[in-house]
Design a protein around this ligand. Sequence first.
Ligand SMILES: Cc1cc2nc3c(=O)[nH]c(=O)nc-3n(C[C@H](O)[C@H](O)[C@H](O)COP(=O)(O)OP(=O)(O)OC[C@H]3O[C@@H](n4cnc5c(N)ncnc54)[C@H](O)[C@@H]3O)c2cc1C
Length: 375
Amino acid sequence: MLHADVVVVGAGAAGLALACRLGEQGSADVVLVEAPPGPARPPERTWCSWQSGPGDWEDAVHRRWDRVQVHAPSGRERTYDLAPFAYTMVRSGDYERVAAARLSRTGVVRVEALVDRITGDGVVEGADVAGRWVFDTRPAPPARPGRVALLQHFRGWTVRTAQDAFDPAVAGLMDFRPPQPPGGVAFGYVLPTSPREALVEYTEFSRSVLEDEQYESALVDWTSQVLRLGPFEVLAVEQGAIPMTDAPFPRRVGERVFRLGAAGGATRPSTGYTFAAAQRQARAVADALREGRDPEPPPAYSARHLRMDGLLLRALDGGFLDGADFFAGLFERQPTERVLRFLDGSTTLREDLAVMASAPRAAMLRTVLAGALDR
Ligand SMILES: Cc1cc2nc3c(=O)[nH]c(=O)nc-3n(C[C@H](O)[C@H](O)[C@H](O)COP(=O)(O)OP(=O)(O)OC[C@H]3O[C@@H](n4cnc5c(N)ncnc54)[C@H](O)[C@@H]3O)c2cc1C
């Protein structure tokens, strides 16, 4: 059996971020266990996040936008300047290539194996590896169900249009013109990389995923009747479902075994954004190991942000809050920089109160009362 100071299980967004940091720091022997090609490996995807200044993955950045557009359900269009932030897109294939190059310059050992179980004392079964510390990034359910379990589910097409149809300088963050589902919210998302090429995605925050034909018809309706793209070919398809829940995701699951990334609570319940928080967690773990501290990953979001998110999700799920109006209004009523920091979970209490004041008070009050009566 191979013994190491640190074993990282899973080579996705969080696992590669941690392995690269630890390898470059050189303070520990590291083994990275990745699933062999097959169903345990997630399909290619794109990760977007807000960034101010260059990040750790500059070489993997595919595209960056300084402005975003939001369409209210009425069709009202507003464009917001993001400075000092930029909306940054990283494709998972580029991320993996950059990570492979970074890792090849370190002593990190890569092992391909399907992990079955990790024992409390750090034995990674299925990989014949043991670690003093083990960081598990495989997808994992929460410790117990939450009070609300919505999904952010989506299907996107990378399209090439016959005519110029996009402004590559502006990302379409939320277009609320598609019909809204009951007890949820639906919007389109446009990430243009040239005047004729973009990722166009139909997204819902609701209780359950749709059938393939439903995503397809929502995409057809929105791209033809709302975006009026004209003829286009579909170059690639991306589909996914990200849990939006107030359920707890434990980060320490054994004396020396931790969960990291989406499995360790890095998904912001109210938005589904995960990538930036997974990077923050990886950085904090690497710092703790370098300084000889206990390396439990820090919570990805403050307890206050999680409580606010729980309230928002319950308001959406209970049909108390019109999600399309709320999210479109958020951008209209708040300074853009504050909204971005809110979406990222780094706003102060005063700013959070201002953000919550954007929600109709009666809706939030009804949610709180409904929650109190449910207990
Ligand atoms: C299609 C899609 C698009 C998304 N877009 C965004 C976005 O734009 N912005 C954002 O912030 N978030 C986004 N997310 C959410 C989140 O960022 C991603 O899910 C992200 O990949 C989570 O990183 P992770 O490292 O926690 O998990 P993953 O990247 O899923 O990594 C888990 C790893 O565990 C490995 N594994 C699984 N089982 C085993 C096993 N038995 N043995 C060994 N290895 C195993 C897998 O192969 C994988 O490499 C998106 C999610 C999806 C599904």
